[in-house]
Design a protein around this ligand. Structure first.
Ligand SMILES: NC(=O)C1=CN([C@@H]2O[C@H](COP(=O)(O)OP(=O)(O)OC[C@H]3O[C@@H](n4cnc5c(N)ncnc54)[C@H](OP(=O)(O)O)[C@@H]3O)[C@@H](O)[C@H]2O)C=CC1
Ligand SMILES: N[C@@H](CC=O)C(=O)O
Length: 360
């Protein structure tokens, strides 16, 4: 009898992260099969409106096949397809940033899917939704993994969970939670460059959210803080996070995304002024802080000493300093690339492999 375990992975969202994940899975297929007896098939890939199906699993030329043969879909079509082929070990990957897509989670779970998500929305809607989702997962014996929600490929959620589950009292988590804002402020503080030019580069590198205002407004960092707070069983909501938004009022929600991108030069003057106010030994950093004792969550732009751990950050690195009973004076530090399609896709891939160990 063959010991090979087959997983059927449906990928929703084939932008920066989703398409990189597909390529990583295709590249690792032979190794997974020979070393771990794991066969990962991808029978369906979708964007927001179109789906491409191959009951035998997509091939390396999936992208051009998608261009040629994808068709409009609804979630019911996806469910009908996997049912008609009696696929087992179903995993839905949410590589979208969509608020609408998370409304499909319950129906996917009820129809046999485990969920692995890079999208932070499901964990940051109301606490009622958060709890209901977990009840649905329990009822249907399904898993929900979302390590990439905080720190992309870094093992932040797993570490926090392990500490919490082993009774460690976590007191504070502080750091630079956003890879894109890290990249932007690391360069803006040390180089003679326009803020808007760095923002464009961060977007081109796939570091920002599809709508970069999610990063600049502090919402993305606030979501990450909220996700960590909820891991620590703090019952709190997104609107409880105290946020310093970096989007000027005239460029916020009332402008379209297109208008925002065409007017982003308007960001240059206010940020230049902010930079001029820095002392010689200071840099700008966008910092998140969760004070567990006070149950307070805050994100803000600060002037940080150049030689501090946060002040020394480079590239798109994030850093998470975890202060707890056992790590009081010298925090446990997790640092590394906090955004980017390769690290994020690898984080999703490692969630798939982790989930596979609990499947038959
Ligand atoms: N980039 C990074 O460094 C990191 C990203 N993430 C998260 O990963 C997710 C994806 O980011 P990224 O790949 O950069 O985003 P992209 O904008 O590059 O891709 C988004 C994809 O999602 C699709 N999509 C949008 N709405 C829906 C929907 N309702 N149903 C199905 N598909 C949909 C889009 O399709 P269409 O083209 O048709 O709109 C597109 O294919 C985000 O949630 C982000 O927060 C997490 C950690 C790090
Ligand atoms: N836009 C996010 C991407 C990862 O979550 C960030 O910059 O950190």
């Amino acid at each position: 009898m063959s010991n090979t375990k087959t997983l059927n992975v449906v990928i929703f969202g084939i932008g920066n992260v989703g398409s990189t994940l597909i390529n990583q899975i295709q590249a690792a297929k032979a190794q997974l099969l020979s070393q771990q007896q794991l066969n990962i098939q991808i029978p369906i890939v979708t964007n927001s409106t179109l789906a491409f199906y191959n009951e035998f699993g997509i091939e390396n030329a999936w992208h051009s096949n998608f261009e040629k043969a994808s068709i409009p879909y609804k979630i019911k079509d996806i469910v009908d397809f996997v049912k008609s082929h009696h696929f087992q070990n179903l995993i839905a990957i949410d590589a979208t940033a969509s608020k609408d897509f998370v409304q499909n989670y319950v129906s996917l779970i009820e129809n046999g899917f485990h969920i692995i998500s890079a999208n932070k929305v499901a964990n940051t809607l109301s606490f009622e939704f958060y709890e209901q989702l977990r009840l649905t997962l329990k009822k249907h014996n399904k898993s929900f993994l979302y390590e990439t929600n905080v720190g992309a490929g870094l093992p932040v959620i797993e570490t926090i969970k392990r500490l919490y589950d082993s009774g460690e009292q976590i007191k504070k988590i502080r750091g630079v939670f956003s890879g894109s804002l890290s990249f932007i402020f690391n360069r803006f503080s040390s180089e003679n460059v326009l803020f808007s030019d760095i923002l464009i580069q961060a977007k081109q590198l796939g570091l920002t959210e599809p709508d970069a205002r999610e990063d600049l407004s502090g919402t993305d960092v606030a979501r990450k803080l909220l996700i960590l707070a909820r891991e620590l069983h703090i019952k709190t909501e997104l609107h409880d996070v105290q946020i310093e938004s970096l989007v000027p009022k005239n460029l916020n929600g009332k402008t379209t995304l297109h208008q925002f991108y065409s007017r982003q030069k308007e960001l240059d003057v206010p940020f230049q002024e902010r930079k001029q106010n820095l002392m010689e030994n200071q840099v700008l950093r966008y910092v998140g802080e969760l004070d567990v004792t006070k149950k307070s969550l805050e994100v803000k732009l600060v002037s940080e000493e150049k030689h501090s751990a946060i002040g020394q950050l480079k590239g798109a690195d994030s850093v998470f300093e975890i202060y707890s009973e056992s790590y009081q004076d010298f925090p446990l530090v997790i640092q590394g690339a906090g955004a980017g399609k390769h690290v994020t896709a690898r984080g999703l891939f490692s969630d798939i492999v982790k989930l596979s160990s609990s499947l038959n």
